[in-house]
Design a protein around this ligand. Structure first.
Ligand code: SIN
Ligand code: FE
Length: 291
């Protein structure tokens, strides 16, 4: 079972005692979820207008690039769009602040990624199986190769009506990787170059990225694993936040509306113990280098 480690942090810029820092990094790298039941993201009164699914255009999420600037995926424009961007930018800064206080070891390696706001109810949301995040999966994105870097995400349930965000959490990465590793097809010769040149990927899709995408798809497509694989459900209450390496912890979000999420990338050599990264675990299983 995925360990959920409750931490008593009440403010995003609160300094964390050394013992808490150690507990947090040990648990996080071992595949646990750091859970902050008392850490809500403070909203401003004028931001209440963003709490409607109507602000999402076609996609389920609204995103803000790490460089800031304009939001994507929203039907808002002008001052309203700028107001939403400001709320998301503030979340990006708060998330980074929390990580620096709780996981100072990561400071030099941490690469900020996208911020996202998720205003659409998950349950019943139409989507293709590959994009269906109600199915257990580990994160891997077709257009954004990571070349082995970790995907670290900070979530906050900002539901104004007190609705929890329900997740399913799967068993260990080792067990999932072991289930599929031997049967994952090898990358086709030249495919990484072709994907890059044709603009499908933003950087080179390494063998690691190839296998993680395969793993993501195989997990989502496997109905037996989805229903019978080791798993538990967990409700993250409104006004709580949590941190997880989503490239390692099998997860799915099944019910809930209104969350903020900040993505960070972390090179494996910034970890306390890189042998616990999906990169090194897959390399051990496949007995070859993957980046
Ligand atoms: C996911 O990362 O699969 C979705 C998580 C969420 O939106 O709560
Ligand atoms: Fe995910």
């Amino acid at each position: 079972m995925t360990p959920i480690i409750e931490l008593a942090v009440a403010a995003w810029n609160q300094s964390c005692p050394a013992a808490m820092q150690q507990r947090a990094i040990d648990a996080l790298e071992a595949g646990g979820v750091l859970f902050f039941p008392g850490l809500g993201f403070p909203l401003e009164a004028a931001e209440a207008r963003f709490f409607t699914p109507a602000i999402a255009a076609k996609s389920k999420n609204i995103s803000l690039d790490a460089a800031g600037g304009r939001i994507h995926g929203s039907s808002l424009d002008g001052a309203a769009a700028a107001g939403l961007a400001a709320m998301m930018q503030r979340y990006a800064e708060y998330s980074r602040g929390l990580l620096l206080k709780l996981l100072p070891r990561y400071e030099t390696g941490l690469i900020p990624g996208r911020t996202s706001f998720r205003p659409v109810e998950i349950k019943g949301r139409p989507t293709s199986w590959r994009k269906d995040d109600t199915r257990l999966h580990v994160d891997s994105f077709p257009s954004s190769p990571v070349q082995g870097k970790r995907i670290l995400r900070v979530f906050s349930n900002v539901n104004p009506r007190g609705q929890s965000r329900r997740w399913r959490l799967g068993g260990s990465f080792e067990s999932v990787a072991g289930r599929y590793a031997a049967s994952l097809p090898k990358p086709l010769w030249g495919s990484s170059w072709l994907l890059r040149m044709s603009g499908v990927t933003k950087s080179r899709r390494s063998a690691y990225d190839h296998y993680m995408l395969q793993l993501h798809d195989r997990m989502k497509a496997d109905a037996t694993y989805q229903s019978n694989g080791e798993q538990m459900t967990y409700d993250f209450p409104a006004g709580s936040s949590w941190i997880v390496f989503t490239d390692r912890v099998p997860h799915a979000a099944t019910v809930g509306q209104y969350a903020l999420e900040q993505t960070f990338y972390l090179p494996v050599n910034s970890m306390q113990d890189e042998s616990k990264s999906p990169l090194r675990i897959l390399e051990r299983l496949m007995a070859r280098n993957l980046v």
